[in-house]
Design a protein around this ligand. Structure first.
Ligand code: AMP
Length: 142
């Protein structure tokens, strides 16, 4: 699978955007949706997803990308305020070879605590009620 693949409208994030499958939502407007990663690498691992149907960084229009990064920083600020991590990573994968597993562009907001090792990318599934409680704490700071 290369970096130039056709967008699959049946991908899991398209289904979340359409409201066809549940998520622990942090924020939503007409251009982005943000929700907790279901297989978190740390507490507060949050995703920010543009609603335009694009696979990766190379496919998105400048204006949609600008909006995505502004919204990502806004939500990252709320994560920082809600959870007070020691650090915070922004991660974004392009292509299977780079570790991308869902082929709808998204930003990872990954809070880091120095005394807590990160879980494996796409490791164990979290409890939905726990994710919803964390999402509510973050949303409260938006
Ligand atoms: P990536 O590897 O960058 O494509 O990341 C995809 C992310 O989506 C991974 O961190 C998964 O844990 C996460 N993920 C997969 N399915 C779901 C889902 N149904 N709800 C929330 N996060 C998901």
């Amino acid at each position: 699978m290369s970096l130039t693949i056709a967008y699959d409208p049946g991908n899991i994030f398209a289904k979340i955007i359409a409201g066809d499958i549940p998520c622990a939502r942090v924020y939503e407007d007409d251009r982005v949706i943000s929700f907790m990663d279901a297989f978190p690498q740390s507490k507060g691992h949050t995703l920010v997803v543009p609603k335009v149907p694009v696979c990766n960084l190379f496919d998105i229009a400048d204006d949609d990308l600008a909006n995505l990064i502004v919204q990502t920083r806004r939500i990252a600020r709320a994560v920082r305020e809600a959870l007070a991590p020691d650090g915070l990573r922004l991660i974004q994968f392009n292509g299977e070879a780079a570790g991308q597993t869902v082929f709808h562009l998204h930003m990872h907001i990954l809070p880091i605590w120095t005394d807590q090792p990160l879980a494996r990318h796409g490791g164990g599934m979290a409890d939905m009620e726990v994710l919803k409680a964390t999402a509510a704490r973050i949303a409260d700071k938006l």
